[in-house]
Design a protein around this ligand. Structure first.
Ligand SMILES: [Zn+2]
Length: 478
C-alpha cells in the first residue's frame, strides 16, 4: 500500500476547495419560516445550501438521499458497516457590526470571513473535499461512508430527530462541528423548574410570621436557564422597618460585600436592584448571580411567611452552591468533571407563583433519577414542585474505542501534536450519533468566532482540517 501525503493531495485541490467553500458560504442559510414549504421545512436559504452540498457530493460520485428537506445524506464506499460524518448547513442569523458583508465570504488576511465559516459550512466543505480525495485516489474501502447534513442544528435539532427516525444509524462517526483534537464525552444537560404555587404554599403554612419587617411583592432575575443572571430586582412593602432603614441596610450590605446595585424608595415601596456578572451556565462559579445575591440580602430581613419560605430555600440550597453541595447532589467525576448547578431565572410574585429555573449538568457516573429525586424532595420541604423542562442524557464514547484511538492517531500524524481527548459540559452535534465524537474544526488556541460578528476560518486551517478529515475517512473506512 503506497503512503498518501494527505496535505499534498489537499494542496492540489486548494483553489477549488476555497472557491466551493465561498459559494457555499454565500448562501444565506438562516432559519426562515416565512419561506418554509413542503421539502424545505426551514425555508429557502437552508434548502439552497443543502442542495449545494448534495450537488458537490453527487458530482464526486456519491449517491444522495433527501429526507423531506429535514436532512439529507450522500454516501460512497461499500460494506456492512457505516461511517457517519454529521454536519449542518444552517447558520445563526448574521447580526450587526461586520467589517465585510457576512455572506460575501471575502478573504481578508488569510481568513475566509462569513457567517458559517467555522460553524459549520467551512468544515462541512472540508470534509466533503476530504472524501473527494479518498474517492479520486481510488483507495479501497471495506465500509460505507455517509455524510449526513442537518438543517436546523442551530434551533431545534428536528433535522436529526426526523432523519434518524427512518434512516440507518452509523456504526460510528464524527461531527466536524466543535474542537480539535476530539470531544469524546458530554455531560447530561437538564433544564428544571421548581415552582411553588400560592395554593400549595397556603396548604402547607397556615400562620403568618410575627414582626414582619417587610413584605416581598415581587422578585425578578435572569432570562435564561443556561446563563448566570446579571440583573435582579426586588420590590418590598415596608412594615416594621421603614423604607429608609431598608434602603440604608441594603446600601451597607452592598458596600460590605463589594457588590453593585442600587436601592430607592418609590410610592411607598422599596425597590432593590442587584448587578451581577453573567457567564455561561455550564460554569456558574465564574459569574456573580445577581438573583441569589439579592436573595442573600433579603434573608437578613424578617419577611412575610411566603417570602421567608422562598428566600430560605434559595439562600440555603442555591446561593453559591454551584455544585449542589447543600442539596446533597454534589458529585465529582475524575473524567467528566463535577455536576454543576446554575440558577438562571428567579421569579416571585406574592399573589402568584414562586419559581426557580435551574440548569443542571451532570457526568455519566451519577444517575439523573438519583439526584433529581433528592432535589425534588428538598423542593417539597417548601411546597415546590419539580418539573423537567429538558433532559439530554450524558453522551460518552469509550476512550479505547477504535473511533477515538484512530482519530487521535490521525490528528497526531497530521499535526505532529499530541491528541488529548476532551470532556465538556456543553452539547455538540456528536451526541446525535450513537457512537459519535466531535472532531474539529477549531484548532487548540484559536479564538472561537462561531456565532460572533466577523466569523472566520483561516484558509490554512481549512486546508489542514481537510487533510486530517481525508486521512480520518480513509483510516475509519479502509
Ligand atoms: Zn454548529
Amino acid at each position: 500500500m503506497k503512503t498518501v501525503n494527505w496535505l499534498e493531495e489537499t494542496q492540489k485541490r486548494k483553489e477549488e476547495l476555497i472557491r466551493t467553500t465561498q459559494s457555499f458560504l454565500q448562501m444565506k442559510s438562516v432559519l426562515d419560516p416565512a419561506t418554509a414549504k413542503e421539502g424545505a421545512p426551514f425555508g429557502e436559504g437552508i434548502r439552497e445550501a443543502l442542495d449545494y452540498a448534495l450537488g458537490v457530493c453527487e458530482q464526486a460520485g456519491m449517491t444522495i438521499k433527501d429526507v423531506r428537506g429535514y436532512a439529507a445524506h450522500a454516501e460512497f464506499g461499500q460494506g456492512e458497516e457505516l461511517i457517519g460524518i454529521l454536519s449542518h448547513v444552517d447558520v445563526v442569523p448574521e447580526g450587526d457590526g461586520w467589517s465585510t458583508p457576512p455572506f460575501a465570504a471575502e478573504i481578508v488576511d488569510g481568513k475566509i470571513v462569513a457567517r458559517g465559516a467555522i460553524d459549520d459550512k467551512g468544515p462541512t466543505m472540508a470534509a466533503i473535499f476530504a472524501a473527494k480525495i479518498v474517492m479520486e485516489l481510488g483507495l479501497p474501502l471495506s465500509k460505507r461512508v455517509r455524510f449526513i447534513f442537518g438543517t436546523d442544528e442551530e434551533s431545534s435539532w428536528k433535522c436529526v430527530n426526523t432523519y434518524f427516525a427512518t434512516e440507518e444509524m452509523p456504526t460510528m462517526g464524527f461531527t466536524p462541528d466543535a474542537d480539535f483534537p476530539l470531544i469524546y464525552a458530554e455531560k447530561g444537560l437538564t433544564d428544571l423548574t421548581l415552582r411553588q404555587t400560592l395554593a400549595a404554599f397556603q396548604a402547607k403554612t397556615a400562620h403568618e410570621t410575627a414582626d414582619v419587617q417587610a413584605k416581598l411583592v415581587s422578585l425578578q432575575s435572569g432570562l435564561r436557564m443556561n446563563m448566570v443572571p446579571d440583573k435582579g430586582e426586588a420590590v418590598l412593602i415596608p412594615q416594621e422597618l421603614d423604607a429608609q432603614a431598608i434602603v440604608e441596610r441594603y446600601r451597607q450590605h452592598l458596600a460590605d460585600n463589594d457588590l453593585k446595585g442600587s436601592a430607592e424608595e418609590k410610592d411607598g415601596l422599596v425597590v432593590l436592584r442587584m448587578e451581577g456578572v453573567s457567564v455561561h451556565g455550564m460554569d456558574p462559579g465564574k459569574g456573580v448571580n445577581a438573583g441569589t445575591h439579592l436573595i442573600h440580602f433579603l434573608h437578613t430581613l424578617q419577611l412575610d411567611a411566603r417570602a421567608t419560605s422562598y428566600v430560605r430555600f434559595a439562600d440555603q440550597y442555591l446561593h453559591n452552591q454551584h455544585y449542589g453541595q447543600t442539596l446533597g447532589i454534589a458529585h465529582d467525576d475524575a473524567e467528566m468533571g463535577p455536576l454543576s448547578l446554575n440558577t438562571g431565572v428567579l421569579e416571585y410574585q406574592a399573589e402568584g407563583d414562586a419559581i426557580f429555573r435551574l440548569n443542571i449538568r451532570y457526568p455519566h457516573s451519577v444517575s439523573f433519577e438519583h439526584w433529581s429525586a433528592v432535589l425534588a424532595a428538598h423542593g417539597a420541604e417548601e411546597a415546590f414542585e419539580l418539573e423537567v423542562v429538558e433532559h439530554l442524557t450524558p453522551h460518552r464514547v469509550d476512550p479505547n474505542h477504535p473511533l477515538v484511538t484512530t482519530l487521535q492517531r490521525v490528528y497526531t500524524e497530521q499535526t505532529g501534536e499530541e491528541a488529548g481527548i476532551i470532556a465538556i459540559g456543553g452539547a455538540t452535534y456528536g451526541r446525535s450519533l450513537d457512537v459519535g465524537v466531535a472532531f474539529g474544526p477549531l484548532f487548540p488556541g484559536r479564538p472561537d468566532s462561531a456565532h460572533q460578528r466577523d466569523e472566520y476560518i483561516l484558509v490554512d486551517d481549512l486546508i489542514k482540517a481537510t487533510a486530517i478529515y481525508a486521512q480520518a475517512i480513509y483510516e475509519l473506512a479502509k
